[in-house]
Ligand binder design. Structure first.
Ligand code: TXA
Ligand code: MG
Length: 342
């Protein structure tokens, strides 16, 4: 199959909508990461997503909607009050809510669970695409399973060339990390995957929120993942990544020491740091000073280092508050939670 990359405009979005209605796959930009979309009500179309990504069949997908009226038919019973409040406050935006599913949602979307994940993205092209199809669009991140999520159309092409017909190019994604996945079925909502809508923001809106412990550590042997996606090896770069945490100067010294040692041993090395300032002429990927900047640059940096054949990487830890929780969740996974305190 030939893969066309088209800038987002009226004509390309119309073409994308036709493909979705015809049961085909289209990659499209959202404010978080690029998604790989299919008609979310068509079981056969949704199965193509799993095939194109190489995704395990027991990892459910998110349904993307563009207006609140699309939600009631997808869920069982009334929308819980707290979920309604969160929808009013954070949609459209990087929040996904897990709710009880209705019979309308195909089993392929939810991987057989009795819940369904729903999100209303804010990216104008994503919204226009959903509007034009008139359908909920099932979409995971548009990477091959296990790779970092794509934050640019080029990343999607790297992973999906020949596997899908069309990639809508909307430029770099603003947030750069996937949405917050929030289980809204219980009394107190629980963050299953941290993202752009932070626990602090949810707490300010609702008064209480829980964060699943798996956000900052690997699953234990035999432990069941509440969010099935959390159990898979994710964002795994080809080289080995170690995160160093502590006071800024001590962190920089430790990273420089380890880098020099690995380099002397003949390994190709790189540093993920807020800036190159403390590292002399070593190979540094500056990610930015704020968690927002680090979030927007992290996946791009991981892909670049893969492309350059980097074998050993060291990263400065980020403060675990606000968006920093999501950053450390993704970085931690990319490092297989190899985190050193100094
Ligand atoms: O920002 C995003 O969320 C992007 C864009 C494209 O919207 N999508 C995305 O999808 O990251 P994906 O498939 O890569 O991640 C969805 C996550 C997975 O960890 C999955 O296990 C979880 O959401 N999930 C989906 N349905 C669920 C459910 N019913 N219960 C618990 N977790 C669920
Ligand atoms: Mg994904």
């Amino acid at each position: 199959m030939r893969t066309v990359v088209a800038r987002c405009d009226e004509a390309s979005i119309e073409r994308a909508a036709e493909l979705i209605r015809a049961g085909e796959l289209v990659a499209f930009p959202t404010e978080t990461v690029y998604g790989l979309g299919a008609n979310g009500l068509n079981d056969a179309a949704v199965r193509k997503i799993f095939e194109a990504k190489g995704r395990p069949a027991d990892n459910p997908l998110i349904l993307h909607i563009s207006r609140l009226e699309q939600l009631p038919p997808l869920i069982d019973g009334a929308l819980p009050d707290k979920a309604r409040l969160l929808a009013e406050r954070f949609w459209p935006g990087p929040l996904t809510m897990v709710l009880k599913k209705s019979a309308l949602v195909p089993g392929a979307v939810t991987a057989g669970l009795d819940t369904v994940a729903i999100r209303m993205p804010s990216h104008p092209a994503a919204r226009a695409l959903i509007e034009k199809t008139g359908l909920p669009i099932a979409a995971p991140s548009a990477n091959r399973s296990g790779r970092p999520s794509p934050t640019r159309a080029e990343h999607v092409l790297e992973d999906m060339d020949g596997r899908i017909g069309l990639i809508l190019d909307g430029g770099p994604c603003r947030v750069g990390l996937e949405s917050t996945v929030l289980d809204a079925t219980g009394k107190v909502p629980r963050v299953l995957r941290p993202g752009g809508v932070t626990p602090e923001m949810i707490e300010a809106a609702l008064g209480a929120v829980e964060v699943d412990e798996s956000a900052l550590r690997p699953l234990k042997e035999g432990e069941k993942a509440r969010s099935p996606g959390m159990k898979y090896r994710h964002y795994a770069p080809k080289g080995r990544l170690t995160i160093i945490r502590g006071a800024a100067d001590a962190v920089a010294r430790e990273i420089a020491r380890r880098y020099d040692e690995a380099e002397a041993a003949g390994q190709r090395c790189a540093i993920l740091a807020s800036s190159a300032r403390r590292y002399g002429d070593r190979n540094v990927r500056p990610l930015g000073e704020t968690p927002e900047q680090v979030a927007a640059n992290l996946f791009q940096a991981l892909r670049e280092m893969d492309g350059e054949g980097v074998e050993r990487m060291f990263a400065e830890a980020v403060e675990i508050s606000g968006l920093g929780l999501a950053v450390m969740n993704r970085m931690g996974r990319a490092a297989a939670f190899d985190i050193v305190e100094v």
